[in-house]
Design a protein around this ligand. Structure first.
Ligand SMILES: Cc1cc2nc3c(=O)[nH]c(=O)nc-3n(C[C@H](O)[C@H](O)[C@H](O)COP(=O)(O)OP(=O)(O)OC[C@H]3O[C@@H](n4cnc5c(N)ncnc54)[C@H](O)[C@@H]3O)c2cc1C
Length: 565
């Protein structure tokens, strides 16, 4: 045996389960398809193959991480060539292709830390009403695991900058109530529970050295989505991706070895005393193309909402009508308001809100039954693409606006109009909408019957929202537009995003359908799932990673009890 447990993927869920099992004394081998940033074994992670694996905390280097994570939007987040793309470490090679039936793009990345490298670090819990009497486990059962993850990351209160202040003002001004609990049952607004360390108390010191910062805490410089390297050491970096929160602790346990650049192409199985069971994996080195096999007593799939079902199907594991089915996407939308200087002066006492300053999203409005609205702001290139270039409605100029809708523009904005709006970027506030969309079996990740890449048949992603989903999303878009208007926004723009834009990819290997209540595959013993795919539904709209991590913590406990106690 190469390990007690092999984990496929080291992202939101995989990083957590590695640390939990390593701390329980199990020998863990985590394999990830992407590169490892901030590790001395890979000084040039995108141009040289480097070592095979790392198992020592001493290998982590904040100096390298600072070099790797730049503030350049293209360098980090270009979907095709960026360091945070779905593709191999070698950026000379093309990304791995996925077919999206509706068009659009899937924003996921490969690498140690997975998609949490670029996530915004918002960590709300699920709405209890979306779990109780719906999931095969209760909300109360999740709470201790939520608490454990919240303490480990840790999760704190989002930091207030001008955009959060304006967002909270908009909701308060429209008569909504503040929320003071983690367990949400009524609509209301609040500062975001974020896995970002509180602002560094020294940031107002004119002598503070932002580049070689030797103290702990967020500097509010923005660019969280480009990957955070703010802090004196890797494990004290301000934004708590699993790369800097769980992975260092996994290494400190002395029991975890992590291997980047290793794409798992097949789950290996054998007949055991109780039927089919997992016994290892087949992998492909993304630099050399060499293949190999590794064995373990338990295998955990944490490859994310698309690759976990893809791997099941490419491994020809038993048929199950829910493998790759029930895809949730929180069908996003974005509504923005442009304010006059004078209005902002009256509300905030400053003339602009500078969307790039501060955490990417640090305040939210929760509406159980409908979903979520949260404020967001990124640097200008990404902002222009998200707010003005992701519409499902074609170009704004081709859309006839009905008098009944509370927005002035809808659709992609181009040319002179785009330039005008982007000149007003510093006075624009944007709100992301996450729809509480229904689980439907027809929304799926399947395999293309013909097209293969070097890792097997490619995934085909098919997501169409239902009429109920559309109603919920429209309701939230109208609320966002109304509150902006009431607060005095001069221009309101609804982007109306394509259903093919994916940020939250959930529920394609549902607990209770594909797995038992302990997240062990019903049809393959010793095979577990610990990523977004195992969640039962979209949680009512809240961002999924905290729940994924709470579940991964629980799953680690169940594995240790069943196979290693
Ligand atoms: C811009 C953006 C902002 C976001 N902000 C938030 C937020 O604020 N809060 C929130 O809750 N969520 C947020 N998300 C979503 C969040 O990133 C995901 O929910 C989370 O990372 C999913 O965790 P996961 O374990 O399912 O998959 P991932 O984190 O994507 O990890 C999967 C890992 O598996 C590896 N892998 C895949 N296939 C294989 C294979 N066959 N072999 C080996 N390795 C493999 C990948 O390289 C990757 O590292 C955001 C997403 C985006 C794009």
């Amino acid at each position: 045996m190469d390990a007690d447990v092999i984990i496929i993927g080291s992202g939101g869920g995989g990083g957590v389960v590695a640390k939990e099992l390593g701390e329980k004394g199990l020998k863990v081998l985590a394999l990830d398809a992407g590169p490892w940033y901030g590790n001395t074994n890979w000084p040039e992670p995108n141009t040289e193959r480097g070592a095979v694996s790392s198992s020592s905390y001493e290998d982590l280097s904040i100096e390298l991480l600072r070099k790797d994570f730049t503030l350049l939007e293209d360098d980090m987040n270009d979907y095709v060539t960026g360091k945070f793309r779905w593709g191999p470490a070698d950026r000379e090679k093309p990304p791995w292709f996925r077919k999206i039936i509706q068009g659009g793009y899937i924003w996921q990345n490969a690498g140690i830390g997975g998609s949490t490298l670029h996530y915004y670090a918002n960590c709300p819990r699920a709405y209890p009403q979306s779990v109780n009497n719906i999931w095969p486990i209760s909300y109360d059962e999740l709470v201790p695991y939520y608490e454990k993850v919240e303490a480990a990351l840790p999760v704190g209160i989002g930091a207030m900058t001008a955009k959060e202040e304006l967002f909270l003002y908009c909701f308060k001004n429209a008569g909504y109530k503040p929320i003071t609990t983690q367990n949400i049952s009524e609509p209301g607004y609040r500062l975001q529970p974020n896995a970002i360390l509180s602002p560094n108390p020294r940031i107002n010191d004119p002598e503070f050295d932002f580049v070689n910062n030797q103290s702990v805490g967020c500097t509010l410089k923005g660019h969280c989505v480009n990957g955070c390297a703010t802090g004196p050491s890797v494990d004290s970096v301000a934004k708590r991706s699993t790369l800097v929160s769980y992975v260092p602790r996994a290494l400190r346990s002395g029991n975890v070895e992590i291997r980047p650049n290793t794409f798992v192409t097949r789950i290996l199985t054998e007949q055991g005393p109780e039927g089919l069971q997992a016994m290892g994996v087949k992998f492909r080195d993304t630099w050399t193309g060499e293949t190999g096999e590794l064995t373990a007593k338990v295998v955990i799939m944490s490859a994310g909402g698309i690759e976990t079902p893809r791997l099941w199907l490419n491994s020809e594991l038993p048929e199950n009508p829910w493998v790759g089915r029930g895809l949730i996407n929180h069908w996003f939308d974005s509504v923005s308001g442009i304010f006059e200087e004078e209005t902002l002066m009256n509300i905030l006492g400053v003339s602009d809100i500078k969307p790039f300053v501060g955490q990417n999203a640090a305040a939210r409005f929760d509406y159980p039954g409908y979903g979520v609205i949260e404020v967001y702001g990124t640097s200008p290139g990404l902002y222009a693409s998200m707010v003005y270039g992701s519409s499902n409605q074609g170009f704004q100029g081709q859309n006839l606006r009905s008098e009944e809708v509370p927005w002035d523009y809808e659709g992609n904005i181009i040319g002179e109009q785009l330039k005008t709006f982007m000149r007003e970027y510093n006075r624009t506030i944007s709100m992301l909408i996450f729809t509480d969309d229904e689980v439907r079996q027809s929304n799926s990740v399947t395999l293309d019957p013909f097209l293969k890449d070097e890792n097997g048949y490619i995934p085909v992603v098919n997501y169409s929202p239902s009429a109920t989903d559309a109603m919920k999303r429209n309701t939230l878009a109208k609320i966002a537009a109304d509150i902006l208007r009431k607060a005095g926004a001069r221009t309101v723009i609804r982007s109306n995003w394509s259903p093919g834009v994916f940020l939250h990819i959930i529920s394609t290997m549902r607990i209770g359908y594909v797995t038992d209540t302990n997240c062990e595959a019903k049809q393959v013993n010793r095979l577990y799932i610990a990523d977004n795919s195992v969640l039962f539904n979209g949680l009512g709209g809240p961002n999924p990673t905290l729940t994924n991590q709470a579940m991964a913590t629980r799953t680690a406990e169940k594995i240790a009890e069943k196979y290693f106690s």
